[in-house]
Design a protein around this ligand. Structure first.
Ligand code: SF4
Ligand code: SF4
Length: 292
């Protein structure tokens, strides 16, 4: 077996394990929510969770706030944030701190910016792979800048999966051409493709900031299993907190693992994971259901 085929087999196994774990988590959360609907069950469940403090399953890091699009169902369309890049030293220090704990979950460089707009992205991804050899690196993109050559460079830098989102009625020509060449070269196992354009099945209302009305009923929320870090290093409630209103620490001064273990933050996550909504942003948030 060649090194390339071993690497791809390893990536496929990692992806399969992640999907399996997402499914199991979804089932377990439904049971937890049922248990919580009785006073005895609530005490037992919350007590058990307090003893258990699992690490974040994924980390999303905003290397840039800049996106080349303004989709109608995204707060980027109407609510401006400053056009900023994360400081390179801060990015490296976050990855270093994940390396110290041997992090093996998902790492994705995004929040509300388009990662491929960031000219440093290949360097950042290669550094991530070097320091986190066991992590699953998934890059979320709108695909506008994704040529086939860039796709290969992303794989070379260590990306396992490129998740392309379609934000127009039809995919742009560049995406069609890039996908054609990816298929032709048998690399589709590294691609996820999702149609967001007018797709209320998969859209969220971004914590109440945009006017989409997803049909999914919110039973529980696992988005808090992912650590979301904005360009300034703030650790946020979740990826829906576009305005960085709910901050639990800052990675210029603290390590992510220490912020994560903060008692107030942890208690809040425990409640949200069980379908209790202590914050207004969660009460108005719609469309989240799947594991992150
Ligand atoms: S949905 Fe994605 S591509 Fe569209 S404006 Fe928001 S961040 Fe950009
Ligand atoms: S319910 Fe709360 S924690 Fe979950 S995605 Fe919505 S705003 Fe974020």
């Amino acid at each position: 077996m060649t090194a390339g085929s071993m690497k791809s087999k390893y990536s496929s196994t990692k992806m399969f394990m992640q999907r399996l774990s997402d499914r199991m988590k979804a089932v377990s959360n439904v049971f937890r929510k049922m248990a919580l609907s009785t006073p005895v069950g609530a005490n037992l469940s919350l007590g058990r969770m307090e003893r258990k403090n699992p690490l974040f399953e994924a980390v999303e890091i905003e290397t840039t706030t800049i996106c080349n699009r303004k989709c109608s169902y995204c707060p980027n369309a109407n609510l401006a944030r400053p056009a900023k890049n994360m400081d390179e030293a801060l990015f490296r220090s976050i990855i270093d701190s994940l390396g110290e704990i041997g992090f093996s979950g998902r790492v994705s460089p995004h929040f509300y910016g388009e990662p491929l707009v960031d000219k440093r992205i290949l360097k950042f991804l290669a550094y991530t792979r070097e320091r986190l050899p066991k992590a699953l690196i998934k890059l979320f993109t709108n695909g506008d800048l994704l040529t086939y050559e860039l796709f290969l460079k992303l794989l070379d830098a260590g990306v396992d999966v490129v998740r392309i989102a379609q934000h127009d009625p039809r995919p742009p020509k560049t995406v069609v051409e890039t996908l054609r060449r990816i298929k032709e070269n048998g690399l589709m196992r590294h691609v996820e493709y999702v149609k967001y354009y007018n797709n209320e099945k998969d859209l969220t209302n971004r914590g109440g900031l945009v006017d989409v009305k997803p049909s999914k009923r919110k039973i529980f929320c696992d988005y808090v299993s992912c650590a979301t870090v904005d360009y300034e290093g703030n650790v946020l409630l979740c990826c829906q907190d576009y305005l960085s209103k709910h901050r639990f620490g800052n990675l210029k001064k603290e390590r992510l693992v220490d912020v994560w273990n903060n008692a107030r933050y942890k208690a809040l996550r425990d409640k949200i994971k069980c379908g209790m909504w202590p914050l207004e942003i969660c009460r108005v948030c719609a469309g989240v259901r799947k594991a992150s």
